[in-house]
Design a protein around this ligand. Structure first.
Ligand SMILES: Nc1nc2c(ncn2[C@@H]2O[C@@H]3COP(=O)(O)O[C@H]4[C@@H](O)[C@H](n5cnc6c(=O)[nH]c(N)nc65)O[C@@H]4COP(=O)(O)O[C@H]3[C@H]2O)c(=O)[nH]1
Length: 599
């Protein structure tokens, strides 16, 4: 029989041994698990630490307002060379004064919202005091057993610089509106969209009517202010995102697509016209600005950006010329007229090269003696295609394109050459009057051009008279007076042409060193039938005489007109009554025969 106590003790011991073994193995398993977990945690910690350390974005942590951690990117962002420069310093030191309340607010609101999107428009302060543009994130974390805040920031300086460069390249600096390049780019895109959608699109070209006047009289600063005001007005007429551009000067363009709600492009243009006409204050003075608006429409008028823009421009010019209500659609007829003008321009250029111009001469007669005392040289274009073209058909085109400067030079040269030829041939020459266009007279060396032409042919300056129009001499009265004085000093005669049809400031007129006033033929033609014309003719003659000048009436066609002019004391006449303008050979013949008004 087994010793009972011994047996009990043995079993207990065995149980204890087994339990310990089990406990030991459990402990061993637990400790292995713990080790593995620890290992995992350490790896994870290392992984995250590496991730944070190597992250391209700046990451920093602050606890109780002081920096406790910064990654390498944060050191670079703040311009530090080592952690010690920043650790322990107040985190807010890195935020410029003006952003501190914003950062405070974001931090308190969003600490727990880890997945918030970035905040942009923030700048941080580098150690050297310079600013860096960032996108900014924030969240709360536990760090070193303390409640902390982690911030991350992405340097967007370069990106913003790129955006700024692109903006500068595509926008007008003064008004912030799109520029021509951007307008054409967007117009191309909008045309593509409209083509796909089968919709239409309008281009509105806006030009201010009084910009030059305001700029000249009130200075460039006020002119600039006006352009900014107009830019705001135009922006307010369309939706955000619609293209409003300034091409330069006072030229603006809007793209109006067909999705502009209930408003048609014509209605929108009318609205723009009305808003522009509202009074504006510029540097303390009220101004009423009006604009001329030209419209072209895709696809009816054109398919390409440049084409539509040009057509809207043509329509705008047409509107300006017609002094229409302010809005004008492009029409095919405008294009035809423009093409004809272009053909004329090219024709004039050719005419100059191929010597297709000729001069006709119309005599001027002294009313008292009846003798020819002068001739007016009148330009004709002997075109191989168009025949003899009268000046009114081509002089306006020549003036607009400034070709008149070269043509006018030719007229001067040809007049002097003809006078020389006549003199050499023993023809008893008289003074010859030449018409001078505004752009010729505007050139500061005009007197030299005239002197050269006279000098080249060895002519007496007294044989030449220059006919200037009233408006031409009034454009810059002081400059005109100085130029006229130089011409007068050379010994040249001067007359004011078409007197009474333009605007004359009489106090300036008194100072113009001119010899005669030419009464416009529109007054002469009404002399015998219209009492107002009669009154004007009488007034011009008496004004000329009171200024010590001679009066010459042009366009005299009838005996009645002649008698009335004589009765009013007019000095000289010119007109079909005595002779039409004559070709050079006929004019020479006439000078040789010397017909007299009374004979
Ligand atoms: N109905 C009527 N007309 C008469 C009579 N007598 C003369 N005329 C016309 O009246 C115009 C007078 O010249 P303008 O007033 O200087 O007006 C000139 C002048 O402004 C301009 N022009 C002519 N030649 C030149 C030039 O060489 N240079 C410049 N810049 N303009 C010129 O063209 C305008 C028209 O010249 P034209 O056609 O030659 O027309 C001329 C002449 O032929 C008349 O009794 N009845």
């Amino acid at each position: 029989m087994e010793n009972a106590p011994y047996a009990i003790a043995t079993r207990t011991l065995q149980r204890e041994r087994a339990a310990r073994k089990e406990a030991e193995s459990l402990l061993e398993q637990k400790s292995r698990e713990l080790y593995e977990k620890n290992q995992f945690l350490q790896e994870s910690e290392l992984r995250y630490r590496n991730l944070v350390e190597l992250a391209p974005d700046a990451i920093w942590i602050h606890s109780e307002g002081r920096l406790t951690f910064l990654n390498q990117a944060a050191l670079r962002l703040f311009g530090a060379t080592c952690q010690e420069q920043l650790l322990g310093t107040p985190a807010m030191d890195r935020v410029p004064e003006q952003f501190r309340s914003t950062v405070d607010a974001w931090t308190s609101i969003e600490l727990n919202k880890v997945h918030q999107g970035p905040r942009s428009g923030l700048q941080l302060l580098r150690l050297d005091g310079t600013l860096v543009e960032v996108e900014f994130y924030g969240c709360s974390i536990r760090f070193n057993n303390r409640d902390s805040v982690m911030h991350a920031a992405h340097d967007v300086t370069e990106r913003l610089q790129q955006v700024a460069i692109r903006h500068r390249a595509t926008h007008d600096e003064l008004t912030g509106l799109a520029n021509r390049a951007y307008l054409l780019e967007r117009l191309g895109e909008e045309i593509d969209k409209a083509r796909c959608a089968g919709t239409s699109l309008a281009v509105a070209f806006v030009d201010l009517d009084k910009f030059k006047q305001i700029n000249d009289t009130r200075g460039h600063a006020v002119g600039d202010e006006l352009l900014r005001v107009v830019a705001d007005v135009l922006r307010s007429c369309v939706r955000d995102g619609d293209v409003v551009a300034r091409l330069g000067g006072d030229e603006f363009v809007l793209l109006l697509d067909s999705s502009t709600g209930q408003l048609t492009p014509a209605m929108l243009a009318e609205r723009i016209s009305e808003r522009l006409a509202e009074p504006v204050m510029l540097a303390g003075q009220q101004h009423i600005i009006t604009g001329s608006i030209g419209l072209s429409v895709y696809p009816d008028d054109g398919q390409h950006p440049e084409e539509l823009l040009r057509q809207a421009d043509i329509a705008m010019y047409h509107c300006k010329g017609q002094r229409c209500s302010g809005v004008q659609f492009f029409t095919k007829d405008m294009q035809r007229r423009l093409d004809a003008r272009l053909t004329m321009e090219q024709g004039l250029l050719r005419a100059l090269k191929r010597e297709e111009f000729v001069l006709h001469f119309q005599p001027q007669v002294d009313l008292r003696s009846g003798a020819i005392i002068g001739l007016e040289a009148l330009l004709r274009w002997q075109s191989p295609d168009l025949g003899l073209v009268p000046p009114m058909e081509f002089i306006p085109v020549a003036e607009e394109t400034k070709l008149i400067v070269d043509i006018g030079k030719w007229v001067l040269e040809k007049t002097c050459a003809t006078l020389r030829e006549w003199q050499d041939a023993g023809v008893p020459v008289v003074r010859v009057a030449v018409n001078i266009a505004a752009s010729q007279f505007a050139r500061h060396d005009f007197d030299t051009t005239v002197e050269d032409a006279l000098g080249k042919h060895g002519l007496d300056p007294g044989l030449l008279e220059l006919e200037l129009t009233e408006s031409l001499s009034m454009e810059d009265p002081k400059g005109s007076i100085a130029l006229m004085q130089r011409l007068r000093a050379i010994g040249i005669n001067m007359a004011i042409d078409d007197f009474g049809t333009g605007y004359s400031n009489l106090s300036y007129l008194k100072r113009f060193p001119v010899d005669r006033l030419k009464i416009d033929k529109s007054f002469t033609s009404g002399l015998a039938t219209n009492s107002e014309d009669h009154a004007i003719v009488t007034a011009v003659i008496s004004l000329a005489h009171s200024l010590g000048l001679k009066a010459i009436a042009e366009g005299v066609e009838t005996e009645d007109q002649l008698q009335l002019l004589r009765a009013e004391g007019c000095d000289e006449i010119q007109g079909y009554y005595f002779s039409k303008p004559l070709p050079e050979a006929a004019a020479r013949e006439m000078l040789l025969k010397r017909p007299c008004l009374h004979c």
